[in-house]
Design a protein around this ligand. Structure first.
Ligand code: TNX
Length: 492
């Protein structure tokens, strides 16, 4: 097989083939030349991806590529600035492989390419008896957008730490770099806040449909953050407010304007709840929550929600968002909010996440905000594929694979240009999503297309080429044991 025939998602920026092959054997060494702990760790990550299926016991060693043949050499070097911190250069020769990047992040992205150049069976969780060849050549690659995310709603239905870790692994394979966790909503509060224990004791005990709910302890959350960080994925936690707060309002009567706790809610309506924006205790509450959350979140952003506050007066909403931004900044974090926050005065570095109203996103830009593109009609992973899809919603659209793939962030909304866009994010709301199988079904394969939209420049993308590659990629998805949607478009 030639390197140009390897099925690579997202499609790399450039590829040259040299028509030979490298064989991975039990003697192959993973070498790191810089004596760097993080690079050594990246080597171990590569070994952990290669060892199960090959049955080898590959190890990372400190050494120079000149010493031996049959090695995969990981190296931090000074590549051209266009490679940024996530780009990489992967050179596969007959006797060795070299993976270079400006930072370990780029090495981690390049490792995903090594995976995909290997036969599909490399994804098996048990030993497969076969030879492991890789086609030779050179790939130079770097992302078009620096923010490439997915969002998981763990509030409407709760998902275990293991489910979240599996999701992180699946995102990492396609070079995504952000997982936004929607940690609170009307139906549930999912993160332990030590100074307000009823949030989880009461607010964590419900979910859509009446299931038992659940929450992450701060230790579990830190474990998720670390797991993601080993794959160079940033966790962005969201506390949605002032609307979407019934779980908090049911936990503490004092957060309600009338001083009475609400009932827990297990339905799927939106827009009926609000924190009491003119009570001081509300801001003490938010300061405590953001304080505890910031202390266990190494990433630079806290997401404050701000969507669908239909029972908050606009004047109160603006006052509230202005104040909450200041609280987040006081904890040394930057703010992301859904596009409605553009009604408020935006602080420097506040980011607006476009999901529904382009007027809001455009207003955000006039206030100097950058935009994350999450148009519900293209990237909402909870939208059904077609009218026959058994789970999911369809208020924005039904989104088949072609629709999910065939759009371009920088031309999607007139007036939102490339310089305004931080990147793209695909949210999965979980009103109808109950299991990991459901998550995988709605996410795959659409998110593979989204990963390519975020990474590969628009001029290198087209639907025909994409679907042809995706058909070949199905076998790998099966070996990865992903419960993907087998669209008719993959069968034709
Ligand atoms: C709108 S998107 C919402 C969510 C729902 C979703 C369902 C957004 C910012 N708000 O509360 O879960 O639709 O598709």
């Amino acid at each position: 097989m030639k390197l140009s025939e390897a099925v690579l998602f997202p499609k790399p920026v450039s590829l040259i083939e040299t028509n030979s092959s490298f064989q991975l054997t039990d003697q192959t060494k993973i070498l790191v030349s810089n004596d760097s702990k993080v690079l050594f760790k990246a080597g171990n990550y590569l070994a952990s991806l290669l060892n199960p299926a090959t049955g080898f016991n590959l190890k990372t060693e400190i050494g120079s590529e000149k010493e031996v043949t049959n090695n995969i050499h990981l190296k931090i070097s000074n590549l051209d600035t266009k490679f940024g911190d996530e780009g990489y250069k992967l050179r596969i020769d007959e006797d060795k492989i070299s993976l270079e990047a400006n930072s370990v992040k780029g090495i981690i992205r390049g490792i995903q390419t090594i995976r995909q150049v290997l036969p599909n069976e490399i994804e098996a969780s048990n030993k497969i008896e076969q030879s492991w060849y890789m086609a030779t050549g050179e790939i130079q690659d770097y992302p078009d957008y620096k923010y490439r995310g997915a969002m998981l709603d763990v509030a409407r239905h709760f998902f275990s730490v293991d489910d979240v870790k599996r999701y992180i692994d699946l995102l990492a394979a396609y070079k995504l770099n952000v997982l936004h966790l929607h940690l609170s909503d009307d139906q549930g509060w999912r993160i332990e806040i030590k100074s307000w224990p009823n949030l989880t004791a009461i607010g964590g005990s419900a979910e859509v449909g009446g299931g038992e709910g659940g929450f992450y302890t701060q230790e579990q959350y830190k474990d998720i953050v670390e797991y993601a960080s080993d794959r160079y994925i940033t966790i962005i936690p969201e506390i949605d407010m002032p609307g979407h707060t019934n779980a908090a309002l049911a936990s503490y009567p004092e957060l309600n304007c009338d001083g009475k706790a609400t009932q827990l809610y297990t339905g799927i309506k939106v827009g009926f709840s609000t924190l009491c924006t003119d009570k001081e205790i509300t801001y003490k509450f938010i300061d405590d929550v953001i304080g505890e959350l910031s202390a266990i979140t190494p990433g630079e952003y806290i997401h404050i929600g701000g969507d669908e506050s239909h029972v908050t007066e606009m004047e109160d909403y603006i006052y509230f968002i202005n104040r909450v931004q200041k609280i987040v900044l006081a904890h040394n974090k930057k703010v992301i909010g859904w596009d409605e926050i553009a009604h408020a005065d935006l602080e420097e570095n506040t980011v607006v996440q476009f999901w529904a109203k382009k007027e809001n996103a455009l207003k955000g830009i006039t206030k100097n905000a950058k935009v994350i593109m999450s148009p519900a009609t293209k990237v909402y992973l909870d939208m059904k594929y077609d009218s026959l899809t058994k789970i999911g919603l369809s208020w924005a659209a039904t989104i088949e694979l072609d629709s999910a793939y065939s759009w371009t962030p920088e031309t999607f909304v007139e007036g939102i240009t490339k310089k305004d866009i931080l990147g793209i994010e695909s949210p999965l709301w979980s009103e109808t999503i109950e299991t990991m199988d459901d998550i995988e079904y709605m996410t795959f394969p659409r998110i593979i297309g989204h990963s390519e939209i975020g990474w590969t420049p628009a001029e290198n993308r087209n639907w025909e080429d994409y679907i042809t590659r995706l058909k070949k990629h199905r076998e790998r998805l099966e070996i990865m044991d992903i419960n993907y949607y087998n669209s008719n478009l993959l069968l034709e």
